[in-house]
Design a protein around this ligand. Structure first.
Ligand SMILES: [Ca+2]
Ligand SMILES: [Ca+2]
Ligand SMILES: [Ca+2]
Ligand SMILES: [Ca+2]
Length: 427
């Protein structure tokens, strides 16, 4: 039996969480409303807000105190996942009109949160010590050097900025942000012009968008980009000799603020290589996109049944694959670049086979890629240091532990192999 206190407590809980209807003197408890979650709960502002978010590199969240007095936020919670909230240490406070930055690096101590942020966009939440949501920001995809925040500080005007202001005022105007660039063609050849296009977001008039470029370490020239179909566009001149073209973009706002693509230009630049080397005599010879229990990758210390790609050197000389690319996307040959600093791992002798693991784990070694192959079918390709295609193959849905390969090595006919031969001749 329940004691009357227990019954009263239970009734109170029901009345708190449920909609009460009274009809003809009969009390009905209607179906309980779903519990409030962090995405629908009302935000009750307290004067401390999430003011700026940086998510492409060393991630961080900047808080801002818009009050005239300092604010104790010890015991408050910051999180991107309600199941694992980071509790701010006792004694944490923000000065009046001041900023406090939390580095989002998984450490979970002091000013380091127990989570990281994704540059693809997500939601960050701030709760007080009693669990009341006091701020919530859903940020979009943001690139390196860019941040998402309130302009001016503490207001409801949220925008991407082309330059972050970690621990300092966001000011009233965000810097124009270059959110994407394209190059056409992606793999240019000699005597070809190259079109560069950029998409920007900016709350202010732009004074100009410039494309800087140089050839073979010469001095940089400037082209003014013009707006065409909502994209800033300029055309790089054709080059008649082999070499490297380097370029970067600059956007200048009417208030004089500037941002760059890449964000750290000109220390870091975009580039393409114009090359007339004959392509090496290499083949994608065999691959497995659905490795359930066939052939383990042991490089991490435990058996991992990962996708693999076998490359075959059909030529008569050793070839170092360092600097060449592998991709599962024909539209982007530059997906994964094999390292150039480990020739012992990346050099393939004549008639030999090399296994590269498509396991999304480049940290496991020089022959591990940052993509995997889809069981449902896609493409796999090998590309030269300038992006030119060496070999490419498109495949359909795969069966577990069955590889696809050329029969025989380097030949043009492909077939399924129920007995795969990784790092060995195709039977
Ligand atoms: Ca700031
Ligand atoms: Ca797979
Ligand atoms: Ca692995
Ligand atoms: Ca083989």
């Amino acid at each position: 039996m329940f004691s009357s206190d227990t019954v009263t407590f239970m009734m109170n809980r029901l009345l708190q969480g449920c909609c009460v209807l009274v009809c003809g003197g009969i009390l009905f408890l209607a179906s309980c409303a779903p519990p409030e979650d962090e995405d629908t709960a009302p935000v009750i502002p307290e004067g401390v807000q999430i003011n700026e978010i940086y998510a492409a590199g060393e991630d961080w969240v900047e808080l801002y105190n818009s009050l005239e007095t300092s604010k104790d936020i010890g015991g408050y919670f910051i999180y991107d996942n309600a199941a694992s909230k980071y509790k701010l240490p006792v004694g944490t406070s923000i000065p009046a009109k001041g900023f406090l930055v939390f580095v989002c690096n998984d450490l979970g101590t002091g000013l380091n949160t127990n989570f990281k942020l994704t540059s693809e966009g997500e939601t960050v939440y701030l709760e007080n010590a009693s669990g009341t949501l006091i701020d919530r920001i859903e940020y979009p995809a943001i690139g390196a050097g860019q941040s998402y925040g309130r302009f001016p500080d503490g207001t409801d005007n949220l925008a991407i900025s082309g330059s972050q202001t970690r621990g300092a005022t966001n000011g009233g105007n965000q810097t124009p942000a270059i959110v994407s660039t394209t190059r056409e063609p992606l793999v240019p050849g000699l005597n070809q012009t190259v079109t560069i296009k950029a998409s920007l977001v900016s709350a202010q008039q732009l004074t100009g968008v410039n494309l800087y470029f140089r050839f073979n370490n010469g001095s940089f020239s400037t082209l003014r980009m013009t707006l065409q179909n909502q994209q800033y566009t300029a055309t790089l001149p054709a080059q008649t000799t082999t070499g490297t073209v380097e370029y970067y973009l600059e956007a200048i706002g009417a208030n004089g603020t500037k941002s760059y693509e890449p964000a750290s230009a000109p220390n870091k630049v975009l580039s393409y290589l114009l090359n007339t080397d004959p392509l090496p005599n290499l083949f994608i010879n065999e691959f497995m996109a659905y490795n359930l229990s066939c052939c383990p990758d042991r490089d991490s210390g435990t058996d991992e049944f990962d996708d693999w790609i076998e490359i075959y050197n059909a030529g008569s000389v050793a070839i170092n694959l360092g600097g060449m690319y592998l991709s599962d996307n024909k539209a982007n040959p530059f997906n994964h670049r094999l390292p150039t600093d480990d020739p012992a791992s990346t050099t393939l002798g004549p008639g030999e086979f090399l296994i590269v693991w498509a396991d999304n784990s480049p940290e496991q070694g020089p022959l591990h890629l940052d993509f995997a192959l889809s069981n449902a079918g896609e493409a796999v390709g090998l590309y030269y240091i300038d992006g030119r295609k060496i070999d490419e193959y498109t495949f359909g849905a795969q069966s577990a532990n069955v590889s696809w390969g050329r029969t025989t090595n380097g030949a043009s006919t492909w077939k399924a192999f129920s007995t795969p031969t990784p790092a060995a001749s195709n039977q």
